[in-house]
Design a binder for this molecule. Structure first.
Ligand code: FAD
Length: 504
C-alpha cells in the first residue's frame, strides 16, 4: 500500500496484548514486507490514524512493478527484505512458542521457523514471567509443553511442522483444479534455480519442499567455493536470496509439503503427471522436475532418534551454535561439510572432538579446510574411530562413546551435543512405481542412461531430474544451480512439443 494522504500506523502484537508501534507512514511511504510478495497473511497490523488515502497493489501487480521498473524494484525489494529482517530480529508478527528452552520439540519448532525465514518468539516459563503468566492464564499443563500461540489467537499443542505452517498461513491448500506448467520437488539450490529461471521466463511454477527452502546448502555454515562470493556466504543467506528471488518472479511455494508419490502414467499414455502429497492433496503439472537431493546419513545406533532434534544435530547454524556455546561437543565426519562445520563451531564452543573413521583427514577434505582445522587450538582430531554408543535420558545426551577401529578400545566422554556430517544417501523411495528408473544406489537415471536424448530427462516423458538426486551429478551447489538453469530450456522444448502434439 502506498500512502497518498493521511497517516498509517504499523504495529506489532505483543504477548501482553497491547499493540507495539513500529512506524507511522506519511504520504509517499509504502507499507508491506516479504509476505505481501506472495500474498501471505500480513505479519503486522496497520491502522489509519487519520482519514487516509492509500493505493493498494495486489501481489501480482507488485511483482509486475518490481520487474518492469528495475531501479524502483530494487529499492522496494531491499525494503521488503530489510523489514523482514527487522521482524526476524524482534520476533514480531510470528507465533509464540511456550516451553522450556532445552525441550527437543521447542528446538524442532524454532528450527523449522528459523529455516523458513519466519519470525517467532520463544518463551521459557521457567525464566520468563510473561510465559509463566500465559501458562497460568490458559491452564496449560507444564508436562504437555510446548504450546504454540498463533497470531490468529489459535493455540496448538506441540504441533507438527505442517500443522504450524497452516496455522500461520505459511502454506495454504493446493488448488486441485490448477495445472501448473512445472512442479518442482525440492527447494534446494537445484529446485530454486529451476524456479527462478522458469518463473522469470514466464512459466507457472510450483515448488514443494517437505521441510524448508535451502536443502543441504542451507545447512552449510559457510560456502566458500560458490562463484562470486570471495569472502564466502552462509548457505542460509544464499538460499534465502534465491527463495525471495523466485517469489519475485511469481513462483508459488508449498513449504512444508511432503511429496510421497508420482502417479504412474495411465495406460502407457503420458497424461499430465500428478504428485501425491502427505496432506492427501494432489498437484498436477505438465512437467515435473525432481530436485529432492539426498538425505543426511544417520548412525546405526539403537537410541539415536531419542536424541535427534535436541542433542544430535545435522546442521551447524547459529541456532545450534547458541545451544552448545561454551561446551565441549563431538562432531563426526571427514568430508568438506564436516570441515566447514568444525571451522564455524570452533569459535563458539569450548572444544570440538572431531571423530573421523579414516586414518587421515586429508583423504576426504579439501586442503584449505584441513589446514585451517589443524590451526585451531580447541579441535582435537581423533582418526580411525566410530561412535559406538550414546548415553543420556529424556532426549538429553550426557556422554558419547567411540571405539578405535584397530583394537576396539573404547573412550567415553561427557558430551551434550553431537553433530553428524557423514554424507547423504538417495531419497527416492517416493518414486517407486512411477516409471522413473533409478541406478543401483537409488539415484535417478537421466539422458542416455535412461534411454532419453535430453541430458536431464528421466525415463518418463515430461519428468526431469536435477542436482544431487540425479545419478552421476556433481555434488556441489554450483552444479545443482547450473542444472536448474539448464533444465528450463529443456522444459520449454518439452512443453512446446506437447502443445504441438495436442493441437495436431
Ligand atoms: C553441511 C553441508 C555443507 C556443504 N557445503 C558445500 C559447499 O561449501 N560448496 C558446495 O558446492 N557444496 C556444498 N555442499 C553440497 C551442496 O549443498 C549440495 O550439493 C546441494 O545442496 C545439492 O542441491 P540439491 O538442490 O540438488 O539438493 P538438496 O540441497 O539436497 O535439496 C533437496 C531438497 O528437497 C527436499 N525434499 C526431499 N525429499 C522431498 C520430498 N519427498 N518432497 C518434498 N521435498 C523433498 C529437501 O527437504 C531439500 O530441501 C554441502 C552440503 C552439506 C550437507
Amino acid at each position: 500500500m502506498i500512502v497518498l494522504s493521511g497517516r498509517v500506523e504499523v504495529t506489532q502484537h505483543t504477548v501482553a496484548g497491547d499493540p507495539l508501534p513500529i512506524i507511522t507512514h506519511e504520504p509517499g511511504a509504502f507499507l508491506g514486507e516479504l509476505a505481501q510478495l506472495s500474498g501471505r497473511p500480513s505479519l503486522v497490523d496497520a491502522h489509519a490514524v487519520e482519514p487516509s488515502n492509500v493505493l493498494v497493489l495486489a501481489p501480482n501487480r507488485l511483482r509486475a512493478l518490481l520487474i518492469a521498473e528495475a531501479e524502483l524494484g530494487e529499492r522496494i525489494m531491499r525494503a521488503l527484505i530489510l523489514r523482514r529482517v527487522a521482524l526476524l530480529e524482534s520476533g514480531a508478527g510470528g507465533p509464540i512458542i511456550v516451553g522450556p528452552a532445552s525441550n527437543g520439540d521447542v528446538l524442532r519448532l524454532q528450527g523449522f521457523l528459523g529455516r523458513n525465514g519466519h519470525p517467532y518468539l520463544s518463551l521459557d516459563p521457567d525464566t520468563d514471567p510473561d510465559a509463566k503468566a500465559l501458562v497460568e492464564r490458559f491452564h496449560f499443563d507444564p508436562g504437555q509443553l510446548p504450546m504454540v500461540v498463533c497470531p490468529s489467537g489459535q493455540m496448538l499443542h506441540n504441533p507438527g511442522e505442517f500443522q504450524l505452517a497452516r496455522c500461520i498461513g505459511l502454506v495454504g491448500p493446493i488448488d486441485p483444479q490448477r495445472i501448473y506448467d512445472v512442479a518442482v520437488v525440492g527447494a534446494g539450490p537445484a529446485g530454486l534455480a529451476t524456479a527462478v529461471y522458469g518463473g522469470s521466463e514466464g512459466l507457472s511454477v510450483l515448488v514443494l519442499d517437505s521441510r524448508a527452502f535451502g536443502g543441504q546448502a542451507g545447512a552449510s555454515s559457510r560456502i566458500e567455493n560458490y562463484l562470486g562470493f570471495p569472502t564466502g556466504i552462509t548457505g542460509m543467506a544464499l538460499m534465502a536470496r534465491a527463495y525471495n528471488q523466485a517469489q519475485k518472479f511469481g513462483v508459488e511455494m508449498a513449504i512444508p509439503d511432503d511429496v510421497i508419490g508420482l502417479e504412474p502414467a495411465r495406460d502407457g499414455v503420458d497424461a499430465v503427471p500428478a504428485l501425491r502429497l502427505s496432506s492427501a492433496e494432489t498437484v498436477r503439472a505438465r512437467a515435473v522436475v525432481i530436485a529432492n537431493g539426498a538425505r543426511y546419513r544417520r548412525l546405526t545406533l539403537p537410541n539415536l532418534d531419542a536424541f535427534e532434534g535436541s542433542s544430535v544435530h545435522y546442521w551447524a547454524s547459529p541456532l545450534e551454535a547458541k545451544l552448545c556455546a561454551g561446551q565441549e561437543i563431538a562432531l563426526v565426519g571427514g568430508g568438506n561439510s564436516a570441515g566447514q562445520a568444525v571451522v564455524y563451531l570452533a569459535s563458539k564452543v569450548a572444544k570440538i572432538w572431531l571423530l573421523v573413521r579414516g586414518a587421515s583427514l586429508r583423504a576426504g577434505m579439501s586442503r584449505y579446510l584441513v589446514d585451517r582445522i589443524e590451526g585451531l587450538p580447541n579441535v582435537e582430531i581423533v582418526t580411525g574411530v566410530e561412535v559406538s554408543a550414546l548415553e543420556g535420558s529424556n532426549g538429553s545426551l550426557s556422554a558419547v562413546r567411540w571405539r578405535r577401529r584397530s583394537d576396539k578400545a573404547e573412550t567415553s566422554w561427557p558430551i551434550r551435543h553431537l553433530f553428524l556430517f557423514i554424507g547423504a544417501d538417495a531419497n527416492t523411495r517416493w518414486l517407486s512405481g512411477s516409471g522413473v528408473t533409478l541406478d543401483g544406489k537409488g539415484f535417478v537415471l537421466t539422458g542416455r542412461e535412461a534411454d532419453m536424448t535430453g541430458p536431464l530427462e528421466t525415463s518418463r516423458r515430461g519428468v526431469f531430474a536435477v542436482g544431487d538426486v540425479r545419478s552421476g551429478s556433481t555434488k556441489r551447489v554450483a552444479a545443482a544451480v547450473g542444472e536448474g538453469a539448464q533444465v528450463v530450456a529443456a522444459l520449454h522444448a518439452f512443453l512446446a512439443r506437447a502443445e504441438r502434439e495436442t493441437v495436431s
